[in-house]
Each structure stands twice: as C-alpha cells, then as structure tokens.
Design a protein around this ligand. Sequence first.
Ligand code: F0G
Length: 380
Amino acid sequence: MPLRERYTGLINHYRDRLPVDENTRLISLGEGNTPLIKLNNIPALIGKKVDIYVKYEGLNPTGSFKDRGMTMAVTKAVEEGSRAIICASTGNTSAAAAAYAARAGITAFVLIPEGKIALGKLAQAMMHGAVVIQIKGNFDDGMRLVKEVAEHAPVTIVNSINPYRLQGQKTAAFEIVEELGRAPDYHCLPVGNAGNITAHWIGYCEYSSASGDHVTAACAFCNGECKFARGAVVDNRPKMVGYQAAGSAPFMRGEMVDNPDTVATAIRIGHPQSWDMAWKVKEESGGWFDECTDEEILAAQKLLTEHEGIFCEPASATSLAGAMRDIKSGKIPEGSSVVCTLTGHGLKDPDTAIKQSTAPLLTVEATLDSVKSAILDNMS
Ligand code: F0G
C-alpha cells in the first residue's frame, strides 16, 4: 500500500471540473501541482510589506505552464480521433505539443519564427520528434498560417484558441486558492496571446461565490454555462493584472502591433488571440494592463535568481517586474497578497541568461594554490 496517493496529473486530480469522462484516455506527464513559493527577500529589498508568492510553472514536465493546457488539448484531440496536432509558437507551446504528441503516439507540426525562439525550446521540439517548420516571419504570421492550413489538412490546432487549453490552464488558479485558503488580492501574469490570464480568471470564477453558481467570465469552452464548475468555495477573486513587454504591448496601445519586439521572445506577440476575453477579464476583475521595458524584465529575472534562488525565463519575469513597480508606487497597497506566475523555467533560454550574467567565470590552473586563491579573492 503506497504511503500517499500518487499524483497523476491535473486532469485526474480535477476530473470533475474538466470535460472528460471515465472512458477518456488521459494523455498526461504528471503536470500541475507546482510550488507556490513565498518570496523571502524581495519584499524587504523594495521596502514594502506585501506577501508576494510566485507560482513556479517552470516546474511542469516540459518547463512551462503550457503543459496544463496541452494535457487537456491532446487528450481531447486523441479522444476525437485526431492523428496530428499543429500549433504556431514562440517556443513553449511547441515544446509542450511535441512532448504530449510523443506521449500520445501522434504527430506534432510546429511553426516557429526563424531565429526568434530560445534554444532550449527548439531542442525540446526537435528531441520529441515534432515536425519543426521555421517560418520567415513572426508568431502572428505563424498563427494566421496555422488557422488557414487547418482548414485544408486533418490536423487539430492546439494553440490557446483551442478551448480545451484554457480548461487545463484554469487549474493553476484552483491550486492557488486551495493553498492560500482564499484567492490572492492581485494575480500578476505576463501577457502574450492572453490565453493564460483568461484561463486563470475562469478558474478563480469557478472557485468563487462572487461569480454566482457558474462562470461569468467569457469561458471559451462553455460560454458561461460551465457544467463542470463544482460550485463556490471562497468568496473573493483577485484583481487580474497583465504585464506586456514594451515592444510588444498591444493591450497598452489599444490596438494590434505589427512588428513586435522584445528580449522576452515568449511574449513577442502583436496580435493576441484572446483579445476580447482578456479585456473582459480586466473589466470584471478590476485589474489593469501595463508594460515593462526589456531592462526591467531582465533586472527582475536577475533579482529573482540572485535573491530568491528561483530561475525563470525572461518573459516570466515580466509579472514580477510589473508587480514590483506597482507595489513600490502603492498602486498595489501594502498588506496585499500578490501572486506572480512564473510561466517558464530559466533553463529554456540559456543564451539570454549567460549574456546578462555578471557572475565571475574563473578559469584557473588545476592546483590547490590557484583554487585556494580564487576562493579567498572572492569571499564576500
Ligand atoms: N510566458 C511564457 C514563458 C510563454 O511562453 C507565454 C506564451 C506567455 C508567458 C504568455 O502567455 O500567450 O497565454 O498570454 N507563449 C506562447 C508559445 C505564445 O507559443 O509558447 P499567453
């Protein structure tokens, strides 16, 4: 008899809130159940009394939150008889699609912007055996092409326009509510296509009496009549705050951006797919959108690695960069509880990390004397 129940992934864990039944074959890699880590040092560094938690989604099986949506999307694709999936991606979706397709024994086609995805993500897609199609264009071009090609070929789209993706991703909000005993006051996320901020809101609504018996947010899956909602548990919902990279910030411009650019390649998106839903989330939750410069994003990434021991990729650090600014200014008041989602692991993008690292990389002779002096010279 095992000493504790084996965790076998988020669909099994939340099966009464997800569109599956007892006959559904689950395609899972044990995703979800990620740590919610309370920051020890950063609140003091910024001189404010707030509880900041990071939801470390980089600890999912392929290193990003995409696994939550992909387990659902691939499970349903297989259930519906699909033999192939397709996505456009800035990297993480392609890594997750490739892995879950491998698990299911089906084919993944992934369209990525040539030269604009982090190395780790490319390695994942290639190693899992996806058909990788690099396009001489950006993510938004890829998304347009995927939608077009899916009308002519027997492939299931697994971008977040696939409603099952948001259903899987909403479970991150469930985990947070269960762990804190209530919803946080603020939930900060990096925003690209805006699928994840929408999915979190669906999750919080399903867990809250504030939204009545069922989801009031624009649930792409059920149009607000979610038969999978289990009913209210807590009576609050967070303000949802979405941060974009300044060079790719259509929500700040109030219109689509044609040539997005940022060091945070994961959110280098000018034409968000969940545009209307994300505006609705902002309105319903009383939150806001804002933007962070590349410098702010990289500084937050570094602060987190150096002062908390947590390594996330640049796009993920956008949530903390924005939250820190809003905490400092008082827009997020002292006494608040704040959750920042760290969407992807820092190992995804080693090039950017090494480029901005200032830690000394010492090379010395293989002798006791040289190693000893290297240590003594660098004692802090
Ligand atoms: N953070 C990371 C690390 C991401 O990879 C993405 C999106 C986001 C944030 C934004 O999430 O699109 O739901 O608002 N990456 C997609 C991809 C586009 O292809 O991997 P969103």
